[in-house]
Design a protein around this ligand. Sequence first.
Ligand code: ARG
Length: 472
Amino acid sequence: MSSRKREEKNTSPWGGRFQKSLDKKAETFTASLSFDRRLAAEDIQGSKIHCRMLVKTGIISTQEGDLILKGLEEIEQELSRGEFTPDPALEDIHMNIEKKLIDKIGTVGGKLHTGRSRNDQVALDMHLFVKREITEVEKLLHALQKTILTLAREQREVIMPGYTHLQRAQPVLFSHHLMAYFWMLQRDRERFMDSFQRADLMPLGAGAISGTSFPIDREYLCSELDFKKMYENSMDAVSDRDFVLEFLSDSAFLMMHLSRLSEELVLWSSQEFSFVELGDAFSTGSSMMPQKKNPDVPELVRAKTGRVYGNLLSLLTVLKGLPLTYNKDMQEDKEPLFDTVDTVKDVLSLYNELLRDMKLHKDKLQNAVKGDYATATELADYLALRGVPFREAHHAVGKLVRYCLDREMWLTELTTEEAGAFHPLLGEVEALENIKPEEAIKGKNSRGGTSPQALEKQMELASEILMQRLEE
Ligand code: ARG
């Protein structure tokens, strides 16, 4: 009996209190190593500074600190060479690194965890990770905005139909349409940068929940780890995952925007529209129908928006109803975050290339504007500008459009006599000049409008916004 008990001895760091080892299935179920190994670099970075602080405050000796730092650096090198093989029995990356340290330098390695708990350690790693990823995503967003601006500049002559209800509404410049996405991405970028402030909070020193009785120096930790502020409440520090949620929510907005762009690219590259052609490098064919060229990339961007929304919902649900402070539930914050980071970064860099590689069918765009009634508003405005109440003007032009539809002709084919029959002012030569798409566009000169002049201003402003950031 006593020998069996010895066999069952629990060898985990908390083994002292336990008589049995963790059930194998429960071990696999509770482990996070398979995904949190991604935090290894952050974990070592945090541990090194924590160790320096322990030396600085005299909590451990300089010799002990030197040994620990040397051990951590060796582990860091092993990691970068891909030689670090963690032990799955050790639950997570944090326990693995600690165990490795102790294997390397002996029991003194156990002193690293003085005044610290895995709860504040994990929180710190997550903060470091999110801060770094915000910077990465910001760079990719900036690059994509730059590409959009460049394309808008190159294509500034091209006119296309603007849509409401997916019905042709009014002619616009293609660049104006494209620039709408520039501003969406600008708001996304601002959202990420704003969230950075909430990620820039240092949790270390909170211990497991209540702080620590060791004379630690949190100000030192804060400045050495490059944080602007620290948590002022230890219980908040170990319970908070708002900064992760914000990253997931910013990403959900971003994906929603890119999904709208994707939907347009899918439509525009269809034979029905034929406004654009995606490059061969970003399309696939059909294994059965030889003529096909499929817009797989935009389709998948549209679809992957679903998992990014799902990741946000999943973490919101995990956190909802959790009592303070740390609960194992919070281990489930990592996979949604990592998956979102990977998805968003892939999508941003792919779209940067895809847009540059996309061909515009200018003739198709131009023809689409000619072959419709999208300048009917111009005629109504023409009358209204000359004192005709807009409702009356709208009615007269509506009848004129009906007349054209019945005769299967375009507005541009009308003679002054025909038009004049619907309202004397419509019979003026000038009135019919107004229905040329180029003229209609020139007229939309209000700030933020689609006239070439207003577009120039818009693009200048956009370019200043991109520059400002580089100067900072
Ligand atoms: N693997 C855990 C996580 O990611 C580490 C924190 C464990 N803390 C604890 N008190 N069990 O959340």
